[in-house]
Design a binder for this molecule. Sequence first.
Ligand code: IVH
Length: 732
Amino acid sequence: MQQADLFANQDEPSPEQRVKELRRQLEHHNRLYYSKATPEISDAEYDRLFRELEELERKHPELHDADSPTLRVGGEPIEGFEKVRHLVPMLSIDDVFELTPEALEKSPGTRAEKELIEFYQRVRKGLGHDDVAVTIEPKIDGVAVSLVYRNGKLDYAATRGDGTTGDDITHNVRTIRSIPMELACTKAPSIPPLLEVRGEIFMPNEAFAAMNAERDEAGLPTFANPRNATAGTLKQLDPKIVAKRPLAFLAHGIGAYEGPALETEHDFHSLLDALGIPRNQPVIDAHDLESTLDAVGQINTLRHELDYGTDGAVVKVLKRSEREKLGFTSRAPRWAAAYKFIPEQKETTLTAVTIQVGRTGVLTPVAELKPVLISGSTVSRATLHNQDEITKKDIRIGDTVLIEKAGEIIPAVVKVIRHHGHSQPFSLFDHVKGCCPSCGGPISQEEGFVAWRCTNFQCPAQAVTRISHFSSRKALDIEGVGETVAEALVRHGHCKTPLDLFELDENTLANLNLGTDEAPRRFGEKNAAKVISALEDAKNKPLHRWIYAMGIRHVGESAAKELSRLHADLNELADSPILRELLADTRIDAKKKNEKLAEYAITGDVGPAVAQSMVEFFESDAGRFALKRLGKLEINPKSGNFLPIAAKADTSKMPLAGLTFVITGTLSMDRDDMKAFIEEKGAKVSGSVSAKTSYLVAGEGGGSKRDKAETLGVNIISEDELQELIAAKSQG
Ligand code: IVH
């Protein structure tokens, strides 16, 4: 052992070896985590390995591999889906029996049992013997997928499509971490040359509930159930979006196969386990009709504990030889049947609609219900998502409605069963009289969005979100004030709005309790000092950061920069003749407006929506109040890029005039700041390298742009060389 340590340096692996090793280890831990649920290392250790790999891949772009665990965040968007012809048709199940919760309770003599007897008898007859061994497992309510592995590597993934031809969804499947890109070979006797795994991609119930809640908050339409969310996600052309959605996979079947013989379903399961492919569980064995029916009942009880939606149970003949003997009809195997569990639904009365104001100001209508017991718990409230949903379903107060749990977790109003004479239609806007129920501020509905939103900068319901946004890196960068601190500041009554931060003293901050009364956690002197100094720095941050930090609707970073180009400081912006004219002109004279746009060369980042939003903000009570407070604090942020008449500005004398730059890799400042810096010196900054590019400013990494610049013979310079260039040009 000691000797090995002595020579450790000599044995240091090459970057290529280390990258390979890290990829192998990360895949291994992914597999342990997802297919066996027996992690060997902590999340922190996993993150460390992950970051080491990321770093090495950035330094060595030549070691790129589309299958690397780091690329599970999604590659480039695709144009459209390629079609794949399935090696073996992807069939469905013909024998599907519906089973209501009541039918399951009364066992003998029900229709469902009769259908199972018929299926079982057909199987017996086909095989010529009694007591056929079968397995019973949950039917996953997901999207069917086929994963083709050749020599242990994922070759492609495809949807079922029409059963013969499906869509190639490999780019999206790469982002699903429970799907191995490479199969484990440790315990497997050997890797099968060809293995087509069939299974379901789904969204775990809890992740679905959290995602829908987030979408409600963001004013985006929600998904009706986890299956729709999954199907919608897999249709995305941009894998980066898919990577952000919590999808998972479980295997339940096999398609094309070349490898050691598999006699039974159990052999197949052992193979999946050895290869590290997560599979659907539990699988219950049964050997006759009675135990089969009993197993279906067990699955029905058990399904509430599973983390995915199940809409039934699947019964399959155990032995492969018997399956072959039974064969297929044109559409489905004769060796499988399915029970479909009808979700539990209950009727109840909708007694009222209340409004919740979310952390981002979205007003969400909530149905107050006469309490009913559904799928094991009492339900007395259900989200109605938004006004559109209420209108579409024609939900009125006093109605008898049908309730179920979407994805087993979230109570939802399925539909109205009956309106009554006394039922009252509901309008969210009228109900709140156009004002936010939390602060009384104005509400607005943006074009293209279903949600109504409170626009008040000082709304207490939004305090935490607004304070953390105000302090975020791209806003005023008040390091240390993230969600947790913002939440504690609001909870303890120290802050109601972002500007209250400037009234904090070091002592209050140091004693701030981030924990609970039982388990207190002090913010501490060191952190407090850092925040106070960051707040001092913030006072002198350029205008565009302040505009962005205010969190005014429609005003993102680009609009904020354009606004700060047009105004010298905050006070000028608050009383902006340009914005007023922009607005007035849209109402009166489009031609005049265009002239104005031409005069100031206003970019598309600032249009009527932004102008309206800005003017409304400064005219609102909250806006006026904010200005007054800033005045008292002697804060009047100055523009860092003031150049109101760009069209007439003489850029020709600036040091980098006439040059075009492209930026790549990791630099000392972030991309946007570097872009602004170069533009201030009179140059253009473009997103891609072409023959017209004068210089590529390259930090560490930056693979493809660097390659292209090299191919085209474009000058590649470092950040230091850029500074030298500016210095030289300024003198010259
Ligand atoms: S076995 C060829 N097992 O349900 C049919 N299917 O309606 C054999 N499904 O196409 C399928 N969970 O996409 C099987 N545990 C499970 C399943 C399952 C969901 C899907 C599958 C199939 C459809 C049948």
